[in-house]
Design a protein around this ligand. Sequence first.
Ligand code: C2E
Ligand code: CA
Ligand code: CA
Ligand code: CA
Length: 279
Amino acid sequence: AKANPHRRTEFYRTELCEQAERQVALTKLLRKAVSKHQFRAHYQSKHAVEDGRLTGYEALIRWQLDDGVLVSPAQFIPVAEETGLIVEIGRWMLAEVCRQITEWRRLGYSFGRVSVNISGRQLTDPEFVTTVAEIIGKTGVDPSDLELEITESWLMVDPERSTEILRALRGMGFKLSIDDFGIAYSSMNYLKHFPVDVIKVDRSFVRDILTDRDSQAIVSAIIAMGHNLGREIVAEGVETRGQLDMLRSAGCDEAQGYLFSRPVPPEDVERARRMPLRQ
Ligand code: C2E
Ligand code: CA
Ligand code: CA
Ligand code: CA
């Protein structure tokens, strides 16, 4: 039988409505989440590819509803970006990580550098740099203990403006990295101008590095080019020893992924950090 085109349209309309309704419901919950203290930061370790020693952590936000259900950032960050709520959520997250760093310093733990994800939508907030300066001032954190991760796709929306903001942040002493590198469309020219310290190779390339020659070639090229520009290269999503070995032979500097650890709550970091990193 032939498909009825009207029925198909109806179907898509219902789908779209349901999606829109879910979006509205999620937005309502999200709006209250900050004041209800439903966010937490989890931490995933980063390691030197050479010998596996700990070099730092990436802070990743977690949202827990009152009934205990965890909502994935992959689900709510895009909604937070569309609604602009990311500005407040991002401010909370940075303040929380700064608070945590001060506490870890006070307790004498060694934790390396902690990176925080900054949405490009936050960068478009004219108050962003001021807000960051305020948080740093209030918590007394040394900005060089922090790394700010910004995705390549956002940087490329307005490269000139991005460069300006990156300069200001770097001037304050932050380390900066380009996140999810390789999947957007950076021209080499912009890469040269973005004042960043670190390039993070997107997980999709790492996933296929042993099975797909193209992914392997892309990763090798990013590493070679990054090093020529004086950047450090971090590979994310490393799950197997084989992937790590391949990254080592390609000259990658640091790696993070389930092979080392999943993102964990701060209590778990503390249990591991009561011992000094190394003498
Ligand atoms: P991302 O910044 O690329 O973070 C890496 C994601 O990969 C994290 O997912 C992490 O849990 C996951 N991951 C780490 N190692 C592995 C691995 O070996 N295998 C696999 N399959 N996955 C791995 P998560 O925590 O669900 O976060 C998803 C995305 O949400 C992040 O991607 C980031 O774009 C965004 N996000 C998370 N926290 C924040 C935040 O505080 N602010 C902003 N703006 N975005 C955030
Ligand atoms: Ca990241
Ligand atoms: Ca990433
Ligand atoms: Ca990502």
